[in-house]
Design a binder for this molecule. Structure first.
Ligand code: NI
Length: 164
């Protein structure tokens, strides 16, 4: 139960591939979820992934009620998602929305993401969770789950056209 420091780009721990959670009754998992919630609340983030606070496990949280960082965003339920598997639904890309990241301070960019997807995983009690989502919700899930594979949003920004 603590607000933890959020690692920033350049820290090699953000580039690790995180390991699946194997025990849902581990008190360390409950403590991690508390720390993620406290840290996300303190930073007004839309989501946070465990590697961002230096814990290399496949755990993300996200959710938006009213967020001053995202004034136009529709609400997303407060969600704990563990060992996620994402499946795009269709091949439609949304490349007209801006992203930022607490681990990449001071920078925002347009990032192409799948417009619709299904995600599966487990909640904080180890119960299966499955949703089909689109738009900003789908974007947030893709962004947070990228952190579990050591990917940061600047990696997803397409290279510009060469100048003639
Ligand atoms: Ni991020």
């Amino acid at each position: 139960m603590a607000v933890r420091d959020v690692l920033t780009i350049g820290d090699s721990r953000l580039r690790q591939v995180s390991a699946p959670v194997e025990r849902f009754d581990d008190p360390a998992l409950a403590a991690l979820l508390d720390d993620l919630r406290d840290t996300m609340a303190a930073t007004d983030g839309a989501g946070l992934a465990a590697p961002q606070i230096g814990v290399p496990l496949r755990v993300v949280i996200f959710g938006i009620s009213r967020n001053p960082r995202y004034p136009e965003a529709p609400p997303i339920p407060e969600t704990v998602l563990i060992n996620p598997v994402l499946t795009p639904l269709g091949d439609d890309l949304d490349d007209d929305a801006w992203e930022g990241c607490l681990s990449v301070p001071g920078w925002r960019a347009r990032v192409p993401r799948w417009r619709r997807l299904r995600y599966r995983g487990f909640d904080g009690q180890g119960q299966p969770l499955e949703r089909e989502v689109e738009g900003f919700h789908a974007r947030v899930v893709q962004h947070e789950c990228d952190h579990l594979d050591g990917v940061l949003f600047p990696d997803r920004v397409p290279a510009g056209l060469p100048r003639g």
